[in-house]
Design a protein around this ligand. Structure first.
Ligand code: T3D
Length: 262
């Protein structure tokens, strides 16, 4: 297993937990953290990793404050497009293609690319004191790391534009009202709630869950008939899995299904 300094990776019964670990910088993404994140996600994605759900959170009082502005990459003269293409995009693609569900437990501020990372998860749970910030415009940048794709799909055009253009803090409870996230819990309950939910997913029918991810991704660009076709193809594949046999058998036998991820 790779050695990490800027994050921790904890593996427990099919659940991988990545904790961004630069609390003194609100877990801002420096080059080392981005590289470690990519390594960790690739390790989790590996065929023999045994991981069936990924949980991402932050240490300290922040989830992630976006790009590390102290590192100098965002200073004028640097090609930030290249930096996105070389470092953020492989990570976001890897997350998008991960064959298992992703949960983010937003323990504090999620700003800039840190917000993009938070909402790249399938299920986002936030602590009551957390907030979301499209910080880019406040430093003269445009939203990146997938925010212009994901955010309007979550909260609609009007609210997404306002968040991106005004660069204001959106409290977790407003994010919940707007449909940006799945749930808000007391700060003290965040990790237990997120762990319970992530463990449930880790014990779920992994191939069905990863196909749900794919179908949700294609539904934003497919036509209705293309999406019906995609559903049929996914169902053909998933319907032949051990987990489907187990799920139906367990239903008929009136017992809880014991999914293996196969
Ligand atoms: O090439 C590329 O990489 C392009 C990609 C760009 C993607 C982006 O994400 S651009 C957006 C970058 N992020 C931001 O603009 C957010 C900057 N941070 C803030 O606006 C505020 O820190 C927060 C609103 C997030 C939190 O405010 P507050 O008052 O709770 O905390 P603070 O005091 O500002 O921050 C605490 C410490 O973290 C502080 O350090 P210090 O003074 O105690 O030594 C602060 O400098 C540091 N910090 C916070 N955010 C960042 C950061 N250090 C480096 N980079 C940061 N993004």
């Amino acid at each position: 297993m790779a050695d990490f300094k800027e994050l921790t990776l904890h593996l427990d019964k099919g659940l991988a937990t990545i904790t961004l670990n630069r609390p003194e910088r609100l877990n801002a993404l420096n080059a080392a953290l981005k590289a470690e994140l990519l390594t960790a996600v690739r390790q989790i994605a590996g065929k023999h990793s045994g991981v069936r759900c990924l949980l991402i959170t932050g240490s300290g009082r922040g989830f992630c404050a976006g790009a590390d502005l102290a590192e100098g990459g965002a200073l004028s003269g640097n090609d930030m497009g290249a930096s996105l293409i070389d470092t953020y995009h492989p990570l976001l693609q890897e997350l998008a293609e991960l064959p298992m569900p992703i949960v983010s437990a937003v323990n504090g501020v999620a700003a800039g690319a840190g917000m993009s990372l938070a909402i790249a998860a399938d299920i986002v749970i936030a602590a009551k004191s957390a907030y979301f910030l499209q910080a880019f415009v406040n430093i003269g940048l445009v939203p990146d790391a997938g925010s212009t794709f994901i955010l309007p799909r979550l909260i609609g055009d009007a609210r997404a534009r306002a968040m991106m253009m005004l660069g204001e803090k959106i409290p977790a409870e407003t994010a919940l009202d707007w449909g940006m996230i799945y749930d808000v819990v007391e700060d003290s309950a965040l990790m237990e709630t997120a762990n319970t939910l992530a463990m449930k997913l880790a014990n779920g029918p992994t191939l069905a869950l990863s196909n749900i991810r794919k179908l949700m991704a294609s539904s934003s660009t497919n036509s209705f008939s293309e999406q019906l076709q995609a559903e049929a193809m996914a169902q053909r594949a998933v319907g032949q899995t051990h987990d489907c046999v187990e799920g139906v058998t367990a239903f008929v036998q009136k017992r809880r299904a014991n999914f293996s991820g196969q």
